[in-house]
Design a protein around this ligand. Structure first.
Ligand code: ZN
Length: 673
């Protein structure tokens, strides 16, 4: 139930790359990336990126390949050096170097991992085997959840949506092995095939665990997960924050789910003092509780064995790793081969000891002056958005005042946290990869549990500095930009303004606009879920956003699969607003005011090309399907062509005419912020 937003999809197997391409060295637009055989007015994405797409086939180990992949690849070699050096010279016990070094060494020790086999899971498997009654099942689930393993539901601290200065506990729907609840319920042929492949994968994994009747167990797992899926809200419903905010006292929650004791659970997590929390989706918990009571214990045992192995497979021996990749990497995302071990180890380190690694990373790539330069840009973008709101013809003065209040108090976090996370209580050794991952999971869980009912720590970050991404957090009214997002070519001090405003400027504008999208606009300047709109303005906002839903519903990225305009609405509002704000801010710079060409391109053309080039992305069809069916972000091509076709300055810059694909009829053009 996180309401924070990420700009780029953060899926596993997406992270990085092998082949670096030419960019950034000349601090300009690389004309080799263009495909001038395509008209910019027919398909701007192809025009701007067609050359790049032709010369950058997706590496076998990836399901998509993009600018962010290229940046990630540079990051990976930096992080590999940091981790390799730490592993070779771990230094004193409990130091940062010891922790990241030993973590990496254990993760890389394939021989020891293979030799251990499923020994690290032995105790848990024995506990599952000993279950006798529904009460035993409920108590085991509670015990695992208390270790931070989200077996059946998500459990974490988030600000109280109506009193955002304090954190409370949220228990949210979960417990599924497929990417989304709809994967269990769709009736088309492709979905049915995928379910059969999933069930075969579950059986394969259980067989690797040594189960004799793995096939029967897999069918039982799928049946139980389907029950949970039916009781789960879909992703569009989850976009409405009210659907995840249901405050219960522990006593009332216990009455709601008589077979799962929340009082006992809060005792297990060490927070007897907590009196209430959000049972975020009550209907889901009622259904799960019913399953606890009436599904056979043997079905739960199969389910728990599956949940255990699915969570730990990638930290075990090569058979488990290969089987896990076969489903999650190959079938679900279309990758052709698994990433080398060191890249997978870095991804785990990013989860387990991310801010320890981040400190070493920042020291290498992000000097203090970079932070200052980014802050100047953020302020220019804020001014541009303020001016846009002033000019909005459709909004009343009263709503505008509230919007200014929200914009003026927006906080920008740049590069890395002012206060680094304290890892003193996390123990990491060279002995076992899976034990280190479990220690890190439990450490993070204790950190979450300690927050319940306490003031929010506004200095915290939800992403590590080495992450190529950014987010807006509506409860903190803050935009957050990790160092890795602020590197060339997004942000290049030596490039012309058109490139920086089209690049990082549109990213900053995007995150700012999230504060005013279909979801963010329901939160006020203080980060509370509170209505600051007049009725008429809200109705007009919804009429305008409905047009954007329609625009994106019409796009078909793969086969006959349409983009879900409602699911992607927040991102699409942010993309369009971000582009407009960045363009306005660019027009205030000396280059934006001039018409001096560089390399034959006008300032405006360079601005829009820079925007499109940050979206250069090639995706395997499997990955596109997965994204369209389970992700709030539309595929990159539509995040380029969609917004530019709503911006009249774009059509002007490239002299597009009525009838061109990129110049939609005036009546369909969307204008919100
Ligand atoms: Zn976003």
């Amino acid at each position: 139930m996180r309401f924070t937003k990420s700009r780029i999809l953060a899926l596993s197997f997406v992270v990085a790359t092998t082949a670096a391409t030419a960019h950034g060295n000349d601090h300009g637009l690389d004309a080799r990336n263009f495909d001038t055989a395509v008209s910019p007015c027919q398909d701007f994405f192809e025009y701007a990126n067609g050359g790049w797409l032709k010369s950058n086939p997706i590496p076998a180990e990836y399901s998509l390949w993009s600018l962010d992949s290229e940046i990630n690849e540079r990051n990976l070699s930096i992080l590999r050096n940091i981790l390799g050096n730490a592993a070779a010279h771990p230094g004193v016990p409990d130091s940062a170097t010891q922790k990241i070094g030993d973590f990496y060494a254990a993760a890389m020790d394939e021989t020891a991992i293979d030799k251990a086999g499923i020994l690290p899971l032995k105790n848990d498997l024995a506990t599952i085997a000993a279950l006798k009654s529904p009460a035993d099942v409920a108590s085991l689930i509670g015990a695992w959840q208390a270790r931070g393993e989200d077996v059946l539901f998500d459990f974490e601290a988030q600000p109280d949506l109506k009193d955002s200065i304090k954190d409370i506990a949220y228990a949210g729907q979960g417990g599924l092995g497929l990417p989304d609840r709809d994967y269990y319920l769709r009736d088309d042929a492709k979905s049915k095939t995928l379910r059969a492949q999933y069930q075969a994968h579950v059986a394969r994994m259980l067989k690797l665990l040594g189960d004799a009747d793995a096939k029967t167990e897999a069918a039982a797992v799928l049946a139980l997960e389907t029950r949970l899926a039916r009781a789960s809200l879909d992703r569009v419903a989850l976009r409405d924050p009210a659907n995840s905010y249901h405050i219960y006292t522990l006593k009332d929650a216990d009455a709601k789910t008589p077979h799962f004791s929340w009082s006992g659970f809060f005792h297990n997590v060490g927070r007897d003092d907590v009196r209430s929390f959000s049972l975020a989706q009550p209907d889901f918990f009622v259904a799960a509780d019913k399953a606890l009571a009436d599904a056979p214990v043997a079905q739960w045992q199969a389910y728990l064995r599956w949940r255990l192995i699915d969570a730990d497979a990638t930290y075990l021996g090569k058979d488990f790793v290969a089987a896990d990749f076969d489903f999650h990497g190959r079938i679900l995302r279309g990758a052709k081969q698994i990433q080398p071990r060191w890249k997978r180890a870095i991804r785990s380190a990013d989860f387990a000891v991310g801010e320890l690694l981040g400190q070493a990373y920042v020291a290498q790539v992000f000097p203090p002056e970079a932070k200052q330069r980014a802050l100047v840009l953020v302020n220019n973008l804020k001014l541009a958005m303020h001016a846009r709101i002033e000019r909005l013809g459709w909004m009343s003065a009263a709503t505008k005042q509230a919007a200014y209040a929200k914009l003026d108090t927006l906080v920008a976090k740049i590069g890395y946290p002012d206060k680094w996370r304290d890892y003193a209580k996390l123990e990491i050794s060279r002995n076992s990869y899976v034990d280190n991952m479990r220690a890190a999971t439990a450490f993070e869980a204790r950190r979450q549990f300690a927050k319940f009912d306490h003031p929010v720590d506004r200095s915290e970050w939800d992403m590590t500095p080495q992450t190529v991404n950014a987010y807006y957090n509506p409860m903190g009214n803050e935009i957050v930009f990790p160092a890795a997002q602020l590197l060339p070519p997004y942000f290049d001090a030596k490039a012309d303004d058109a490139l920086n405003y089209g690049g990082i400027g549109s990213v900053i504008g995007h995150e700012m606009t999230h504060g005013f999208d279909d979801q963010g606009s329901q939160f006020d300047a203080k980060g509370n879920l509170a209505d600051w709109w007049t009725k008429a303005d809200r109705a007009e906002f919804e009429a305008r956003t409905a047009k954007l839903v329609e625009q994106f519903n019409a796009y078909v990225p793969v086969d006959d699969l349409h983009i879900n305009g409602k699911l992607t609405l927040g991102e699409n509002i942010a993309d369009l607003g971000g582009l407009l704000i960045a363009y306005d801010a660019f027009k205030l710079t000396p280059q934006g005011k001039s018409d001096a060409k560089i390399d034959g391109l006008t300032p405006d053309q360079r601005f829009f090309l820079a925007y499109a080039q940050t979206w250069r992305t090639a995706q395997r069809p499997e990955q596109v399907r997965l994204q369209v069916q389970s992700n709030e972000h539309a595929p990159a091509k539509f995040r380029t062509n969609g917004p530019v076709s709503d911006v009249p300055a774009f059509a002007h810059a490239f002299a597009c005419k009525a009838g061109d694909a990129m110049q939609r009829p005036a009546s369909t053009i969307v204008n919100i912020w």
